[in-house]
Design a protein around this ligand. Structure first.
Ligand SMILES: [Zn+2]
Length: 329
């Protein structure tokens, strides 16, 4: 067993943020868009600092336009994940970027993305589900449009609803309407909180949006009573250690809260967030965690089981993925 081949479940992966640089270069070439300034000479994404990172991200995603582009992106992302042993992943897909939050346009994008996912499953043996994600800094009204898109397309592929974007804008209660709509439509819920915000943001997110999972959630560690509450309630954290270190949301990995949260009984999982932009992969996350905390295959198998239990998919899919995880035990 290597950490690359170990079968993995990933719950927190932003669709456009996972775009492999070679895929974006190819798409830019086809569309005759000059993106040379966002790449290093070795073909990776280039950045000098955080502002430049945003520019690179914007440049890379600017070539993604049509449903066909997103279908191809889905296959490319799935191939990249499968190369690192991922057997099940959930993609955060924004209706704002796929059809401008118009329900009928979103339907078309989603159908194309599902086709890409089906192709990837056939080719690479990786199962993909979609989590429609509203963008917090676009505000509560736009979020309602995204929630409506999600509610209208809930099904075998689209199983969840969530929120990403600038965490310090608005309060969770501003988005309660959207999360209620998504819940009533049968979608399972997650929301970014406690990456930049404090324990109060995590607590408000749990109270006001009634989510089953929290994206990041690492700042919960600053409030012991909240940590105990999260552990007792079985709320699952989608922790992205490499992203936190890269963006300075935490200190060095050896000081990362994932260990203390896990030791306190919180259900933690490991994901990459926007891997090529944060210079990480699932293999690297596992290798780095093993080096920082001495975690071994038994620990990672337990983390993957936690992730599978918390996955937004039906029992038949969970049984199928459980068998894939069994292969290393
Ligand atoms: Zn994220």
């Amino acid at each position: 067993m290597t950490y690359r081949s170990l079968p993995k479940v990933e719950l927190h992966l932003h669709f456009e943020g996972a775009a492999p640089p070679e895929f974006i270069r190819q798409l830019a070439h086809e569309k005759k868009v000059d993106l040379s300034k966002i790449f290093n000479s070795d073909g990776t994404y280039a950045y000098r600092d955080f502002d430049h990172f945003l520019e690179v991200y914007e440049g890379a995603t600017s070539v993604l336009k049509s449903p066909e582009d997103f279908a191809r992106l889905c296959t490319a992302v799935a191939e990249q994940s499968a190369q690192h042993g991922v057997v099940y992943t959930e993609l955060f897909i924004s209706p704002d970027f796929c059809g401008g939050s118009d329900v009928s346009a979103w339907r078309e994008y989603l159908a194309a993305i599902k086709e890409g996912a089906d192709k990837a499953e056939a080719q690479h043996g990786i199962t993909i589900k979609g989590v429609a994600t509203c963008i917090r800094h676009f505000g509560p009204e736009m979020a309602k449009q995204s929630a409506l898109c999600a509610a209208e397309t809930v099904g075998d592929f689209l199983t969840g609803f969530g929120m990403g974007g600038a965490e310090m804008m608005h309060r969770p209660s501003d988005f309660a309407y959207s999360f209620d709509m998504a819940r009533e439509a049968g979608l399972q819920l997650t929301c970014h909180a406690g990456e930049w915000g404090g324990p109060d943001m995590v607590a408000d997110t749990i109270n006001d949006l009634r989510v089953e999972r929290i994206g990041h959630g690492i700042n919960a560690i600053k409030d012991r009573a909240l940590v105990d509450r999260i552990a007792a309630a079985g709320i699952v954290l989608e922790v992205c250690p490499g992203s936190n270190v890269f963006l300075n949301a935490s200190g060095d990995l050896k000081d990362h809260p994932i260990k203390a949260l896990r030791d306190a009984g919180v259900k933690v999982t490991v994901s990459t967030d926007d891997p090529p932009f944060f210079q990480t992969t699932m293999t690297k996350e596992y290798e780095d965690l093993a080096a920082a905390f001495g975690w071994d295959e038994t620990d990672f198998n337990a983390l993957n089981q936690t992730a599978l239990d918390a996955a937004f998919c039906d029992a038949a899919t969970k049984d199928k993925i459980a068998k894939r995880l069994e292969t290393t035990k």
